[in-house]
Design a binder for this molecule. Structure first.
Ligand code: ADP
Ligand code: MG
Ligand code: MG
Length: 251
């Protein structure tokens, strides 16, 4: 599904390498988690994959279902099936949440050569998905993320993800700032989308999200590289011992 090889990335503005040779393959149907200390490059990896400005790829490659991701515009990446749930979801004044969702869904469908979703079907879908995430009708009418609490923003990201039906979902610290109940809602939303033809990359600083979204594979990132890979138990090891032991071991 996602195949990253020897990815080296630096800031466009300065010669500061951030990713220093990331190798990662996420198979369809699998949930991979990336954990790691603050500043290790986790968010940078998600930004570079989604095509955000300000970063320069100096070496390596990233392919989504065989297609060269790094050569695509952000819209093309989305149309190819990539979705990124942001660590800090942006507020979009003046654009209603519902309008945003409908426009995004239909842009996706158009890019895939499918017909637009008719208004009635869209409404039915969005209401059902919103209900699962305990997003009320009022929140659907407001401008995107404007005045939403931290938890509401994160749930709204999952609603977008559910409506867009991406093939490869990247969640960057979707658990940060969430209380336990909101985190469960988010995790349930993600788990409902797990499917054999969809891959997930769940970036998290803490292990607790992974109690609810149980990963198939856990990677530890440090200083711009993946330094250790294991099963779900690796996350528990981090929870118990912190990163120090692992970093000392690989140093
Ligand atoms: P993580 O998500 O693992 O906490 P980040 O990817 O946010 O790590 O950051 C990795 C490193 O790159 C940090 O040292 C951070 O300060 C630096 N960095 C990332 N983006 C920028 C930027 N736009 N300007 C300056 N430094 C940046
Ligand atoms: Mg950080
Ligand atoms: Mg980050």
């Amino acid at each position: 599904m996602l195949n990253i090889k020897n990815l080296h990335v630096k800031l466009e503005e300065e010669d500061k390498p951030i990713l220093k040779g990331v190798d990662l393959t996420v198979e369809a149907g699998k949930v991979h988690a990336i954990m790691g200390p603050n500043g290790s490059g986790k968010s940078t990896l998600s930004y570079v994959l989604s095509g955000r400005d300000g970063y320069e790829v100096t070496d390596g490659s990233a392919h989504l279902r065989g297609a060269d991701l790094l050569g695509m515009d952000p819209e093309e990446r989305a149309a190819a099936g990539l979705f990124l749930a942001f660590q800090y979801p942006v507020e979009i004044p003046g654009v209603g949440n519902m309008t945003f969702l409908r426009t995004a869904v239909n842009a996706q469908r158009k890019a895939r050569g499918e017909e637009e979703m008719d208004a009635a079907t869209f409404l039915k879908e969005v209401r059902a998905r919103a209900r699962d995430l305990q997003i009320d009708a009022e929140m659907l009418k407001r401008p995107v993320n404007m005045g939403f609490s931290g938890g509401e923003k994160k749930r709204n990201e999952i609603l977008q993800m559910a409506m867009l039906e991406p093939r490869m979902c990247i969640l960057d610290e979707t658990d940060s700032g969430l209380d336990v109940d909101a985190m469960k809602l988010v995790a349930d939303g993600v788990n409902a989308l797990r499917s054999p033809d969809r891959g997930f990359l769940v970036i998290t600083h803490y292990q607790r999200l992974l109690d609810h979204i149980v990963p198939d594979v856990v990677h530890i990132m440090a200083d711009g590289r993946i330094v250790k890979t294991g099963g779900a138990d690796l996350a528990l090891e981090v929870e118990q011992n912190g990163y120090a032991d692992i970093l000392a071991e690989v140093a």
